[in-house]
Write a protein that binds this ligand. Structure first.
Ligand code: ADP
Length: 267
């Protein structure tokens, strides 16, 4: 299993509230066939953004959640036994290259090293995908677009992109949305009124300010949406915050107690 899924065609675009000029930049990159690297913390809207842009551009989207066992063969394809016969089955990257789709490699640094080797000839002006197993050398469809994301916040020297790879992409930086963006996003996603979302976003920003002290990563917009969804569904604010905005951040009892004090200060 490559863990990929396909969405799209020219369906209505999923809701995405732009933070800046990222939609224009992406559209320009797509027009000029330039690979795009989305940098930013987890849960800040990168995946939603790609889904939105793919729908707006009318291109199918293959999304692959990369993990440390994901190999080049998972992306390219492999021979499988089907009814006693060995048949070649394209992986998501090969399908995207053939069809002119967007291939989105989420958290690309997690993947095995052989994945980057495959990406190199696809991300320069050759735009080819050599398939060693079949002897094919695929020329990418004009509409094929490679998009990758990574989280520069994880301080892991082994899990960073080498310059030789990253300098093949244009870069778009994502940060957590400013309150004037995050409040309407969370309200829309959860169905909770903006007035009730405001203190959650204020709390989220206080928690984010603790990144690097007690927390490895600040609370994501995704978690704020979870908390708001629970509250909109009738859960008490305290419990919703504990389950959606505190427990996911830390396992340390002292740190969690500190975070709960912060909640009392905000509410
Ligand atoms: P990432 O890919 O960066 O980990 P996601 O794209 O999955 O994060 O975002 C998590 C959730 O946050 C989305 O499902 C969506 O509800 C919400 N979200 C964040 N930013 C936006 C935005 N600008 N517009 C709409 N929804 C957003």
């Amino acid at each position: 299993m490559d863990g990929s899924h396909i969405t799209g065609g020219a369906a209505t675009a999923p809701f995405y509230l732009p933070q800046g000029d990222e939609c224009d930049v992406f559209a320009a990159a797509a027009a000029h066939r330039l690979p795009v690297l989305l940098k930013g913390p987890t849960g800040c809207g990168k995946t939603r953004f790609v889904a939105h842009m793919a729908a707006k551009l009318g291109r199918p989207l293959y999304t692959v959640a990369c993990h440390d066992d994901l190999s080049a063969a998972d992306l390219i394809g492999r021979y499988l036994l089907k009814g006693g016969e060995t048949v070649w089955v394209d992986g998501p990257l090969t399908r995207a290259v053939r069809e002119g789709a967007i291939c989105y490699l989420d958290e690309v640094v997690e993947a095995r090293k052989d994945v980057t080797v495959v990406l190199h000839p696809l991300t320069d002006d050759r735009r080819i995908l050599p398939i060693d197993r079949t002897g094919e050398e695929l020329e990418a469809h004009p509409d094929f677009l490679l998009v990758a994301s990574y989280n520069p916040g994880y301080q892991n020297i082994l899990k960073t992109l080498k310059p030789s790879t990253r300098q093949r992409f244009i870069g778009v930086e994502f940060t957590f949305p400013r309150p004037e963006h995050e409040i309407p996003v969370v309200a829309r996603e959860s169905g909770l009124a903006e007035e009730r979302v405001k203190p959650l976003v204020r709390l989220a920003n206080k928690l984010r300010a603790m990144k690097g002290q007690d927390l490895e990563e600040g609370v994501s917009t995704r978690l704020v949406v979870y908390a708001a969804t629970l509250i909109a569904g009738g859960m008490g604010v305290d419990r919703a915050i504990r389950t959606a905005m505190i427990e996911p951040l830390s396992d340390d009892a002292d740190v969690k107690a500190g975070l709960r004090d912060l909640v009392t200060a905000v509410f």
